[in-house]
Ligand binder design. Structure first.
Ligand SMILES: Nc1ncnc2c1ncn2[C@@H]1O[C@H](COP(=O)(O)OP(=O)(O)OP(=O)(O)O)[C@@H](O)[C@H]1O
Ligand SMILES: [Mg+2]
Length: 266
């Protein structure tokens, strides 16, 4: 099954919201999906499991998997999401992720550690990595464990810069590690339909992607309070207590993005 790293090197375009929407879209199709929370902020972990830095999962975290002094197998730390069957979470180690990364820096295969850890898990279902907005060893490890990357971008200058930096990071992997990582697509999020600068930036993103030969997947996702509320509660768009045409559209759009990733991966 496909392993996808959801990325932008700018903070806040909606990587975590997209991972949530895609995980629910996969589960709605009766697919098993494992969310690897490789962001020390651990937002996905707290939304989907209720655990956080002050209340770490009792079975351990990705920090225990990556820390060679602990060397815990991935399957020991994976927990089911509290909000939907078929979604599983490899919880973030929160603050411990940084310390573990420091220990891995000088070790053989440090940046292949997630590839090794997820080798078996990827045979059982889709994997989505929720990455932090920086290329550190853990992010590189997630890239090297992935088949493709999904870039999320808001139609703002800084976010577009963050998108371009992901393309650069992927080129660096090709040039310096001989590793070919595909961009499955770009998703535009946090669109404000009343702003003409947003419309211009959407055009710019579409042109940039067309030149790079990368599809823009789904329709641009508007800024909507429901997306934030549902994501923070670890819920899918189809789990809104009062479903509407809009929440149905959002669920369909996430499903279309997921299909787009699979089409690119095929
Ligand atoms: N389409 C949207 N409409 C409204 N709110 C959104 C939308 N997408 C994301 N948000 C909200 O915007 C904030 C940033 O989104 P999110 O945390 O998903 O971004 P991120 O890229 O994961 O950030 P970070 O780089 O910190 O990991 C969150 O509060 C989230 O709930
Ligand atoms: Mg995030």
């Amino acid at each position: 099954m496909t392993v996808t790293a959801v990325m932008n090197l700018k903070g806040g375009p909606g990587k975590t919201a997209l991972v949530n929407g895609l995980a629910h879209a996969a589960a709605a199709k009766d697919e098993d999906v494992l969310v690897g929370d490789v962001d020390p902020q651990g937002n996905t972990t707290s939304h989907l499991t209720g655990h956080n830095a002050r209340n770490l999962p009792p079975t351990g975290t990705l920090a225990d998997v990556l820390d060679r002094r602990v060397n815990r197998p991935l399957e020991d730390i994976v927990v089911p999401a509290r909000t939907r069957d078929r979604i599983y979470v490899a919880p973030s180690g929160f603050g411990e992720m940084q310390e573990v990364q420091d220990t891995l820096l000088g070790q053989t295969g440090g940046d292949l550690s997630l590839r090794r850890a997820f080798k078996e898990a990827r045979k059982n279902g889709r994997v989505l990595f929720d990455c932090r907005p920086a290329v550190d060893l853990i992010t590189r490890a997630a890239m090297l464990a992935s088949d493709n990357v999904l870039i999320v971008v808001a139609p703002e200058f800084d976010h577009i810069e963050g998108m371009i930096s992901v393309f650069t990071a992927i080129n660096d992997l090709y040039e310096f590690a001989d590793y070919e990582l595909r961009v499955a697509g770009v998703v535009i999020n946090l669109l404000d339909g009343s702003r003409s600068d947003h419309a211009g930036n959407v055009d710019y993103i579409r042109e940039y992607c067309a030149k790079a030969g990368v599809p823009v997947l789904g329709l641009p996702i508007p800024r909507l309070a429901d997306i934030s509320r549902l994501t923070n509660a670890g819920l899918g768009m189809d789990q809104h207590p009062k479903p509407s045409a809009r929440t149905r559209w959002l669920a369909e759009n996430f499903a279309a993005i997921l299909d787009g990733i699979d089409k690119e991966a095929a």
